[in-house]
Design a protein around this ligand. Structure first.
Ligand SMILES: Cc1cc2nc3c(=O)[nH]c(=O)nc-3n(C[C@H](O)[C@H](O)[C@H](O)COP(=O)(O)OP(=O)(O)OC[C@H]3O[C@@H](n4cnc5c(N)ncnc54)[C@H](O)[C@@H]3O)c2cc1C
Ligand SMILES: NC(=O)c1ccc[n+]([C@@H]2O[C@H](COP(=O)([O-])OP(=O)(O)OC[C@H]3O[C@@H](n4cnc5c(N)ncnc54)[C@H](OP(=O)(O)O)[C@@H]3O)[C@@H](O)[C@H]2O)c1
Length: 291
């Protein structure tokens, strides 16, 4: 019996010959939490069951959430949903999400307390621009993230197509503090020992990855905003590559609005054109959160 369904026994009302045990989800589009891991007082990840019918492309996002509080007069409850990048790859049997905890955030002030066995709502309608289909072929792909903007790249770094399409993958992650890099770093380090991916994609596939984490407000091995480090040329020198060019480089950006806009401006200077699902080009952008 699937654990994430409630069982309603209706045998008394039905003919004895028919098995009539009916599975009824507790919530609309309910999925069951299977794993929760906290990284800092502002960041955690969780995994949950995957709707059987859900197909998505690595890099897309869905709406997830919890049931809202009952209306004080009517007692009615409405789902409280937010956009979330799917952090797991398209082939994964489960879904993974990497989340912020906003102290007074309507959703995450509650979502941060979920435990294994709890239910979350997951609307099975994936969308998004951070997909391979929105890029034309190239040699090298760059993933640029700030904060929880790492989430879609957690999916794409575990997606075989990423390694089939590109010779080199560069992932930059800029956060305020060092502990905010842990999720990304552990995920990338874990790829080396991932037997399934090494078998499916090819032994040592992870050697194609160059990881460039930086912090801005706490001491770490590399300090500074990635945008500044690119402008000064330091990032390119340390990565051992030339600045991006439209012939070989492709890029995906996921961060706060100012970060996205700043990188877009830099890319236009490099001669890269923004792509979309309907019109693939050199780079694509998505917000890691609104405002
Ligand atoms: C396309 C898209 C994909 C997203 N994917 C993710 C994801 O994978 N993981 C995730 O944690 N959030 C993601 N978000 C943000 C998410 O939708 C919610 O805003 C977040 O879960 C907080 O919800 P809330 O109701 O608690 O607070 P909200 O009322 O939604 O937000 C309150 C304030 O918190 C800040 N904030 C919100 N989200 C973040 C964040 N992720 N990082 C830093 N500050 C934030 C903003 O200043 C915002 O005004 C995504 C948003 C968009 C538009
Ligand atoms: N992270 C925390 O510890 C913390 C704690 C309490 C509250 N908050 C609040 O939560 C919200 C989100 O914080 P966040 O840290 O998750 O996300 P964020 O403010 O988007 O910052 C994430 C990283 O992106 C960098 N960045 C911001 N704008 C950039 C740009 N234009 N170009 C290049 N890099 C850029 C930041 O550098 P800079 O540091 O140089 O801006 C930081 O290293 C904010 O409203 C913040 O006030 C955050």
């Amino acid at each position: 019996m699937n654990e994430h369904v409630k069982v309603t026994d209706t045998t008394a009302a039905a003919p004895a010959t028919k098995p009539t045990v009916k599975a009824v989800p507790m919530l609309p589009d309910a999925q069951t939490v299977t794993e929760v891991q906290h990284y800092t007082d502002r960041l955690f990840r969780f995994r949950c069951t995957r709707p059987a019918s859900l197909r998505f492309r690595s890099g897309e996002f869905v709406m997830i959430g919890l049931m809202g509080e009952p209306h004080p007069e009517t007692g009615k409850q409405k789902p409280l949903l937010r956009a979330y990048s799917i952090a797991s790859p398209s082939w994964d049997e489960e879904m993974e999400f990497y989340s912020i905890k906003v102290e007074d955030g309507p959703l995450t002030s509650r979502l941060q307390h979920i435990k294994v066995g709890d239910e979350v709502i997951l609307r099975p309608k994936p969308v998004g621009t951070l997909v391979h289909d929105a890029l034309i072929p190239g040699k090298r792909i760059w993933f640029f993230a700030t904060g929880t903007g790492f989430a879609p790249f957690a999916s794409l770094l575990r997606e075989p197509q990423t390694y089939e399409d590109y010779d080199e993958i560069i992932i930059t992650h800029t956060c305020r503090e060092a502990d905010e890099l842990i999720y990304g770093r552990e995920l990338i380090e874990g790829l080396k020992d991932d037997e399934l991916l090494n078998e499916v994609i090819g032994e040592g596939f992870w050697k194609k990855i160059k990881y460039y984490p930086t912090t801005t407000r706490e001491e770490s091995a590399k300090m500074g905003r990635i945008t500044d480090l690119m402008r000064s040329g330091e990032a390119f020198k340390e990565l051992g590559v030339e600045p991006l060019n439209p012939e070989q480089d492709r890029a995906m950006i996921c961060g706060n609005l100012a970060f996205n806009l700043e990188l877009k401006e830099m890319f236009e200077e490099y001669g890269l054109e923004e792509g979309a699902n309907s019109k693939p080009a050199h780079y694509v952008v998505e917000k890691a959160f609104l405002d």
